[in-house]
Design a protein around this ligand. Structure first.
Ligand SMILES: Nc1ncnc2c1ncn2[C@@H]1O[C@H](COP(=O)(O)OP(=O)(O)O)[C@@H](O)[C@H]1O
Ligand SMILES: [Mg+2]
Length: 330
């Protein structure tokens, strides 16, 4: 009698959690510095997975390895069983979208236009078609706008569709980044500190938004310092410390792990405590920095230096954010 369970024919609705993203043995070295040390992580369909750890732990670098901005020194990253090409636009095309710790928006484009930019990987109409502006172009354009407006409704920004991105308050700029990422119709969304700089109400709203995204069938991997946000939201949490995965497990497991408390939380997490203080303030993303301003700490050493084809035609009018820079963000 070895069979302990019977999986007999429940015709519909088994919660099938198949692996979507599989990173295995990822190592990222910058000269003598190893920022990511042999990290393996799986995100399954239907999951919200958290990635936490002190500043400088390698979280963003790991995201950059997942999304083709960096070519990992060692290790592999696959999505739905296929190794991802180390080119950001191809990763997006494959179904993995992301937002950036340092907001990247086209500051002088409208909110709607920013979302339309995010749809480029999904629209078949190419440059030639755009120049000719035949019926196919107009149809695709109309569909794109319709979808973009849906996403603005979904993220609560529809009433700001015609505003310039630069005029949005900080919290709405972060939401717009999410809307733009969703416009590529991803199966997996990576969020790098989505609530940095938000007030508690905005943070709660973002929590609801992430749940709603998951309910639409999109898995989420999220980096955050706000422990309340992470532990409310995530099915699973991985802790990075000094580039290494220290612990991975449910919120309960992680928040009570002594090593996590010692290395990161500082004190045991109290769920009922209001507004859990972020132990590290993520200074580089904080304080309402002008979204278009910074190219954090120099260019990515292995980033794709060619402008993304899908962004090449966009006449970026901000004060420093070019499409190319966007590709090189980290
Ligand atoms: N392009 C780069 N060149 C050199 N060092 C880098 C680069 N990107 C990140 N690092 C270093 O890698 C480490 C991890 O950084 P990062 O991934 O940004 O951490 P986190 O997102 O967890 O705060 C840091 O020591 C950082 O200085
Ligand atoms: Mg970071």
């Amino acid at each position: 009698m070895t069979t302990t369970t019977s999986t007999s024919a429940a015709p519909a609705a088994a919660p099938d959690r198949t692996p979507l993203l599989q990173a295995s043995g990822v190592i990222m070295r910058f000269g003598g510095l190893t920022a990511v040390r042999d990290v393996s992580l799986t995100v399954n369909s239907g999951e919200i997975v958290g990635l936490i750890g002190p500043n400088g732990a390698g979280k963003t670098t790991f995201f950059n390895c997942l999304t083709g901005l960096y070519v990992p020194t060692e290790g592999s990253v696959s999505y739905k069983g296929t190794v991802l090409p180390p080119k950001p636009h191809l990763v997006t095309k494959a179904g993995v979208a992301r937002t950036f710790q340092n907001i990247r928006l086209f500051a002088n484009m409208t909110v709607l236009e920013n979302v339309l930019v995010g749809r480029h990987t999904r629209t078949r109409e190419g440059l030639l078609s755009a120049l000719i502006r035949g019926p196919g172009y107009h149809k695709a354009e109309a569909r794109s706008r319709e979808r973009a407006m849906e996403l603005l409704e979904f993220t609560g920004l529809a009433h700001k569709a015609e505003h310039l991105a630069r005029n949005l308050p900080y919290g709405e700029q972060r939401k717009l980044e999410i809307a733009r990422a969703l416009a590529s119709e991803p199966g997996l969304l990576l969020l790098d500190e989505p609530t940095a700089g938000m007030n508690p109400q905005e943070t709660r709203a973002t929590e609801e938004l992430v749940f709603a995204i998951r309910d639409q069938g999109i898995a989420v991997l999220v980096i955050e310092h706000d422990m309340r946000f992470i532990f409310n939201l995530c099915d699973r949490v991985a802790v990075l410390v000094q580039g290494q995965k220290l612990v991975e497990g449910t919120a309960e497991v992680v928040q009570s792990d002594e090593r996590v408390v010692a290395a990161y939380l500082g004190e045991p997490f109290e769920p009922e405590a209001e507004a859990a203080p972020a132990p590290e303030a993520a200074p580089e993303a904080e304080a309402g920095a002008a979204p278009e301003a910074e190219a954090e700490a120099g260019a990515a050493p292995e980033a794709d230096a060619t402008p993304a084809p899908e962004a090449a035609g966009d006449n970026e009018t901000g004060t420093g954010t070019g499409a190319q820079e966007q590709e090189n963000d980290r």
